[in-house]
Design a protein. Structure first.
Ligand code: NAG
Ligand code: NAG
Ligand code: NAG
Ligand code: NAG
Length: 409
């Protein structure tokens, strides 16, 4: 890992002190020119090494919820059905989206294949990483089943157990050689990989769906982030060094929250979003940032990048037209209600009319100008736009690009 320490302490100097008396005048000036030139080359290459050395991540390990699930929940609890995947994969692909997610664009940007879900035992290739995210995952384990509450039992602690098991057993199996060598990562990949996180949104909605007040939800956020911190440290203990951490989005702009948890008319903001939920998301993000600042102190060998995805997503909701999108609060795929969203008749839902099945959860005509896919998740077009904003580091703390996320600043 290259640090930027050198440039901070760099003082211009001449690399060759020359004894002037022994040299002829013209050769002194020649030496001077030459040494200045060498110095220039030296400083130039140093500044390149510091500011722009791409990290060349050989693999990505991802932890999260539906924002980055590439097939985990589908493998364990039934596939996300059509029309999911239609805009890109042309068939359902384990994603709650019409196409690719932000994590898919991250993988593409490194020239890596899309991440296989750890839970997907069919057709997976983990040589370039694994995805432990499942839709509905929370940081804290919930005390309800998926059936009761809709939250996944694969909370962050479970995702960590899976990663721990994967790291250990992938090597035992890889050592058998043959095809296993081409399906599992090399041991050295674990310390050089990018560890990506997008989790927390469901911890916030879990309280609201249990009828908690905003104050009650705020009160448990420190516990949620305490657990988050534990698992980042555990991954670091297993060799992880580069952490790319998304904060949580403006959940108060999504139909599944807007429609399900009532707020006073005065609490709807200019973008049409429910302000109390967005305020809670911002509070979570403030505390997440503080947690990461603390982690940087406790883990001096780790590079932790905090990515403000909230601001990017909120910009999309509040300035949709400017960015080429329309009706940002309206679900592209769904049925009924104010936002083309009904929690009982979701995207892809069919109803029976006189013995005939009719598709009611239809996708919109042009998903490429829609922000929200199904009332809960973003469209591929929105995910691409979000990725394009964050890749440069413009929304990151420290302000370094995705490709440089192995460097500490
Ligand atoms: C689940 O129950 C345990 C034991 O009562 C409690 O400590 C924990 O905070 C609960 N989790 C949530 C998310 O409420
Ligand atoms: C798995 O993916 C890697 C990287 O793309 C590739 O080199 C390898 O051949 C794949 N393994 C198999 C068995 O196809
Ligand atoms: C929350 O309140 C609603 C409306 O009063 C009620 O129907 C629902 O059962 C409550 N949910 C829980 C988990 O208590
Ligand atoms: C995170 O916290 C640090 C230290 O308090 C602050 O300087 C920085 O601006 C914060 N970053 C974001 C994106 O809020």
């Amino acid at each position: 890992m290259i640090d930027c320490l050198y440039s901070r302490y760099m003082i211009p100097f001449y690399p060759f002190p020359f004894p002037s008396s022994a040299l002829h005048c013209s050769s002194i000036s020649l030496m001077h020119t030459l040494s200045t030139f060498l110095l220039f080359i030296f400083l130039f290459s140093l500044s390149l090494a510091c500011a722009a050395t791409p990290c060349d991540f050989p693999a990505i390990f991802n932890f999260g919820d539906s924002n980055s699930d590439t097939g985990g929940l589908s493998a364990a609890f039934g596939q996300a059905g059509p029309p999911a995947g239609e805009s890109f994969f042309h068939t359902p692909a384990g994603r709650y989206c019409d196409g690719r997610l932000v994590i898919d664009f991250v993988a593409e940007s490194f020239g890596l294949p899309y991440l296989s879900a750890f839970l997907d035992s069919v057709g997976s290739n983990f040589s370039h990483g694994a995805n432990f995210a499942t839709a509905g995952s929370t940081i804290r384990p919930q005390n309800t089943t998926l059936h009761q509450s809709g939250f996944s039992p694969i909370s962050l602690n479970v995702q960590f157990y899976e990663f721990n098991d994967f790291k250990h057993r992938s090597q035992l199996v890889r050592n058998k050689g043959g095809v296993f060598k081409r399906l599992l990562p090399k041991a050295r990949v674990f310390s050089r990989a990018l560890y990506a996180f997008d989790i927390g949104q469901n911890d916030l909605t879990a309280g609201y769906f249990l009828n908690m007040t905003t104050d009650e939800v705020r009160a448990y956020i420190p516990d949620v982030l305490g657990q988050f911190k534990t698992y980042v440290k555990n991954i670091h203990h297993l060799g992880g060094r580069s952490f790319w951490i998304h904060n949580t989005g403006p959940v108060g702009c999504l139909a599944y929250v807007l429609d399900r948890v009532p707020v006073e008319p005065g609490q709807i903001d200019k973008a049409g979003c429910a302000d109390p939920f967005n305020q809670v998301a911002k509070y979570f993000n403030l505390k997440l940032n503080k947690t990461i600042v603390q982690l940087r102190k406790e883990l001096p060998s780790a590079a932790l990048t905090y990515v403000d995805v909230y601001s990017v997503k909120y910009e999309l909701f509040s300035q949709a037209r400017k960015h080429g999108f329309v009706n940002p609060l309206r679900s592209c795929c769904g049925h009924g209600g104010k936002h083309n969203y009904d929690m009982h008749v979701g995207c892809g839902a069919k109803i029976k009319v006189r013995g005939k099945e009719i598709l009611v959860g239809k996708p919109c005509k042009d998903p490429s100008v829609a922000v929200v896919w199904d009332g809960v998740h973003y469209t591929q077009a929105a995910n691409k736009w979000i990725f394009d904003q964050i890749v440069s580091g413009a929304y990151s703390d420290p302000p370094i690009s995705l490709k440089e996320a192995c460097h500490r600043h």
